[in-house]
Design a protein around this ligand. Structure first.
Ligand code: DGT
Ligand code: CA
Ligand code: CA
Ligand code: ZN
Length: 593
């Protein structure tokens, strides 16, 4: 069992206990243990193998250790199951709504026996919540907003969750061995979409495979340990559900159909429709088996994607571009973009250290970055307004910059930067004189995001007008599956960024991916440069870069559009020059010899 699953069982137990009126100390201990386990780098399963080690964890006594072992061995927890006899399972779903905690849930249960998101929506729409103790009209509206978000995200998953499940599944299926050939993830995961609905796997088998053996393969797939429910079992397909409601479709096919099937099941649907239209105009028919002539139904291609596209007189279209957004025209005119690749990147320009809310030191971050082959990094800790992240005031910022400049790691240049907070009114959280001392200034919004479109637009414009701002960090502030983008006039902001030479970040954290594809493309069209940054809070986070690269590729971004694809000197020269930056400061930004 994974740490976050163990944490989930504990957290749900805590919530149910709270609803049940347990004393605070009781449910808090479950909550705290859940938080602890979720944040552990080591696997709780491994730790629990040694009873002493388990009890050495902070706050875990003999009894909690016993509970954890029960969860690990049974996959569930007795007390949770007992409480779920009293309160319906849908209660837990309702508790995932933002702005609805156990206290409010208990009131809803007492007053209306309300325990589902649907019931709650109805009550809110009818205005029946506002008069409840501790609710009010504002709460009612917030609940409706949260339900909107819930509807949009339910049944979708972050890319790493989908990748993780895919990897486990592929490893399991491959244990069958021959005659299974390859297993390839298709669908939205292959296109790199920001969230994933279901998994689509293509499995090829050797041509002479008997129907009996095919049945055995399907049987094997459906014997997957984490399978929760079989949904369909066809001749060439099995569908099933695994944990958390994630659906998996596995298609079984002959190698000669692999290319056509891969195109079909990679999608998107809109891309496929366009492609089929083009095929028909050219006298062909295209389906998931092959490209064939319309009349004699003679097969002309289908083994590889390349040959299918080639017969349609198209260059091979990278999966990330297959959204029917102009890629087919571009491919037919040989003007597909040459998309950015991870190996093009020479540095990472947003990361945190123990100076604010990161887990590692300047040197540790630099060493890890050096190992990934980077030439440079920027350390960009938080400024003081972000108190929860231990943000730095002016004095600490300057002291930290000195430490960054004193840090030496062979083969990598460490730039002194900041992620300065953009305040409510658009001013920055640190004085200009301090920003002037730094090599790189990233400015981001972290609070008061719930404002209207006009206000946020003005605020962003003000930040861009500040002559020290060089990069806007995670520009829309969205957290995937949790928080919407801030509303603002993106065109206006990008126009201003183009005018001022401000660079927009494509934040690579897989729950941000901010800017997203469509906005990146808008930025590119305006000549606004992009920086792909991990915003790492630990060494491990430096690996997240590939998610940012994939999002940038979906935005048609090329190497020439990307700030951190430039060598150090050119990268520094491409930053908006600081007003009043003296030659000595420019010199200070030059590499040490
Ligand atoms: P998702 O699962 O919501 O993240 O998005 P996709 O793109 O993975 O969609 P999914 O799983 O429904 O289908 C996988 C691919 O199969 C899809 O991208 C294109 C293809 N496909 C599915 N249904 C249709 C259809 O009705 N017509 C066509 N042309 N293609 C389809
Ligand atoms: Ca899918
Ligand atoms: Ca599917
Ligand atoms: Zn930030």
């Amino acid at each position: 069992m994974e740490n976050r699953e163990v944490a989930r069982v504990l957290r749900e137990t805590a919530q149910l206990l709270e609803i049940d009126g347990a004393i605070i100390g009781r449910y808090r201990s479950y909550e705290k243990t859940a938080e602890l386990i979720a944040s552990l780098a080591e696997s709780i399963e491994v730790i629990a193998r040694d009873p002493e080690k388990l009890e050495e964890l902070p706050g875990i006594g003999e009894r909690m250790a016993e509970h954890i072992r029960e969860i690990l061995s049974t996959g569930d927890y007795g007390l949770r199951k007992k409480l779920l006899k009293k309160y319906p399972l849908t209660m837990l779903e309702m508790l995932t709504l933002q702005s609805l905690g156990p206290k409010k849930a208990l009131i809803l249960w007492r007053e209306f026996k309300c325990c589902t998101v649907e019931q709650l929506e109805q009550l809110a729409r009818e205005g029946k919540l506002r008069d409840l103790a501790g609710f009010g009209e504002k709460t009612e509206q917030n609940i409706l907003k949260a339900i909107d978000v819930f509807k949009k995200i339910s049944g979708r998953f972050l890319i790493p969750t989908a990748e993780h499940q895919t990897a486990k599944l592929v490893a399991y299926i491959n244990r069958y061995g021959k005659p299974i050939g390859s297993i390839t993830p298709a669908g939205s995961l292959r296109r790199g979409k920001e969230t994933i609905g279901d998994l689509d796997l293509l499995l090829t088998y050797e041509p002479e495979t008997s129907p009996k053996e095919l049945d055995a393969i399907k049987e094997h797939i459906l014997g997957y340990g984490e399978l929760e429910q079989v949904l369909a079992r066809g001749e060439n397909k099995v569908s099933f559900r695994v944990a958390k409601g994630m659906q998996v479709d596995v298609r079984l096919l002959q190698p000669e159909n692999y290319g056509a099937a891969l195109i079909y099941f990679t999608g998107s649907k809109e891309h496929n429709v366009s492609l089929r239209g083009r095929a028909i105009k050219m006298g062909y028919t295209l389906n998931e088996y092959a490209l064939a002539t319309l009349k004699q139904e003679r097969r002309v291609a289908g083994t590889t994607e390349e040959e299918v596209y080639a017969k349609l007189k198209l260059d091979l279209i990278p999966p990330e571009l297959r959204e029917n957004a102009g890629e087919i025209e571009a491919a037919s005119e040989h003007r597909l973009p040459k998309l950015i690749e991870q190996s093009d990147l020479r540095g990472d320009l947003q990361m945190h250290t123990t100076a604010s809310d990161g887990r590692h030191s300047i040197e540790e971050m630099a060493q890890a970055a050096r190992k990934t082959g980077y030439e440079y990094i920027a350390i960009t800790d938080h400024s003081k307004a972000v108190t929860v992240a231990n943000g730095m005031d002016e004095a600490r910022t300057l002291e930290h910059a000195r430490e960054i400049r004193a840090a030496k790691v062979d083969g990598i240049r460490i730039l002194a930067g900041i992620e300065v907070d953009i305040l409510k009114d658009g001013r920055l959280d640190l004085a200009d004189e301090v920003l002037a001392e730094l090599d790189i200034v990233v400015a981001s919004i972290h609070s008061f995001m719930n404002r209207d479109r006009a206000e946020i637009t003005e605020r962003m414009l003000a930040a861009i007008e500040n002559p020290y701002v060089q990069i806007i960090g995670h520009p829309t502030g969205r957290i995937l599956l949790r928080r919407d983008s801030m509303p603002y006039d993106m065109e206006k902001i990008l126009d201003a960024a183009a005018r001022r030479g401000v660079i927009m970040e494509c934040n690579a954290a897989p729950d941000r991916l901010d800017l997203k594809d469509a906005y990146l493309r808008m930025a590119k069209e305006r000549g606004v440069r992009v920086v792909i940054s991990t915003d790492a809070h630990s060494i491990k986070n430096l690996e997240l870069m590939r998610y940012g690269v994939q999002m940038a590729r979906r935005g048609w971004i090329e190497k020439k559009d990307v700030l951190n694809a430039l060598p150090l000197e050119e990268m520094l020269a491409a930053l908006r020059p600081k007003r009043g930056a003296s030659s000595s400061k420019r010199a200070a930004a030059a590499p040490r010899s």
